[in-house]
Design a protein around this ligand. Sequence first.
Ligand code: ADP
Length: 610
Amino acid sequence: MKKIKYHLPMIKRGILTLMQIEKPFVILHIIIEIISQFAPYITIYMSARIIDELIGNQNVNTLILYILITIGANMILSLLINGLTHLKNYHQEQFYKNETMNFSEKTMSMDYENTENRDINLLRERINTESRTGYNIYNLYTALGNFVGAVINIVLAITLTLSLFANREVSLISKLIMLAMIAGIIIVNYFTANKRSKLYLNMYEDAVPLNAMFHYYAGFYSNYNAGKDIRLYSMEEFIREWQQQFYEKNNNLLITLIKKVLKHDIIYSVSSNALRIAAYIFVMLACVAGSVTVGSIAMYVSCIVRVIGAATGLVTYGQTLIVNNKYLEHYFKYLDIPSKMYQGTLPVEKRDDNEYEIEFRNVSFKYPGTNTYALKNLSMKLNIGQRLAVVGMNGSGKTTMIKLLCRLYDPTEGEITLNGFNIKKYNYDEYMSIFSVVFQDFKLFSFPLGQNVASSSDYDGKRTAECLKMSGFDARLDNMPKGLETALYKDFEEDGVEISGGEAQKIALARALYKDAPFIVLDEPTAALDPIAEFEVYSKFNEIVGGKTAIYISHRLSSCRFCDDIAVFHEGELIQRGSHDTLITDASGKYCELWNAQAQYYAENKENKQ
Ligand code: ADP
């Protein structure tokens, strides 16, 4: 009972999901399965009639009619199946496409912190492996079609066999023996099918972590960027060893599975053939008793064997549906991961004056799965139009502060407010729209340059070029073979261009400028730039930022001097705040210590060069 309560709703949800992904595909698949079941029975039934006519009346006209009915009906069914299959193939493509899109959309809209969650990443990898192996939603439509097909098969086979069992001249005892055999073999097949499914399930359970590892290593071959490190550190042998280990473990799993499954396959084969022999004996005896026509012998034997086949199919496909529920559970578990970031509903007021005020109120934060605070008791306000520099040593919490500001994570304690309201209350997409951020580990894509800058296939060329000019990419743009339409990287376009780290950083900066959001956050935006390009960004900083509120993160203190307000972070805490001129006067302060340490480095560098 408990099992039914689990399995039926799961299958129901699966079917609803299939219909939602591509309804025509599912309906066509089932209709084709149903029609396909009719064809053999027409031949079985008509063959019996033809044989009886040949042995009996031998009327040529009747024979021609029977033959024409057999050929005509088979032709119509086969034409129908062919036509519908073409239509189904089209919708099958749509099904694969839509399903992939649905799943990817879930991944993309997931809360950012989940993208770093090991369990969720393993679950995703597991689902991908299971989909590739034909389980979850990909198995449901096949198993469902087969299940419906088996039901139709049973109904047709029983209908044609009924007259034999209803025949009073066939002894009751032989009917009972036959029925008992059919039931017995169905039970044997049920257990073998059940056992087989469980063995396969266990094997896939063991194969999931192996497959995840295999795809990780296989990814190296398609990612040419990894090629540099692999060559320089001679990692080929090391990677090959890992792959070899994968193949060996996978092969062992397969061999163990085959050995175990073989036993059940033999039992299934022996019992099915025993039934076939018994059916022949049973029908022949009935024939000898004179109660069955010669033509019907083959029909009854075929139908009895088909009843068993269909009943076994029903058990197997029913079992497959049940086993598949385990995979559907994984699939839905992923789709059901809540997106807490999307719970806010408050609209963000559109303001031409950019009067947005952000405040951190006693904010502390631990990364999921860690016990140490990356930020502790942070309280600070970001004033409108302000240029705030955030400085501090590596690991002092600067980037974490930005991640919280942009709601990539929510604070563990305390709150962040926008114009007085907790930022969690705002509509997530609207809240995100007020930030332009260039993270240290920004990502550009293998699209044309213009689309990278505008984050859209539809972009304003003039504005895109202006943003690229502002970020210092203008000279390089002039050298791009197709201008803004030049593809970045060579993944998809032969004439795509490879760009340097500094050039990529400039494009990322232009992307932030194109978004034209009221807050602009630059996390080490000049780390990959050469000194001249870095100087250009500094000198144009006011022009770049315009009337926006700007946060500029750097561990190079000299690059923050042009900001009117500097926040100094140390070990997750905000320990000093003020202008450069004020902070430098506090000789015991962290800012002064960092400044002197870096100034000393520059001085030493100068001396060494002299
Ligand atoms: P900064 O930007 O000042 O260099 P971060 O904000 O990146 O420093 O890091 C602050 C602390 O949080 C560091 O101790 C770092 O190791 C830790 N940290 C950063 N990102 C993660 C993460 N995704 N998971 C766990 N710890 C992290």
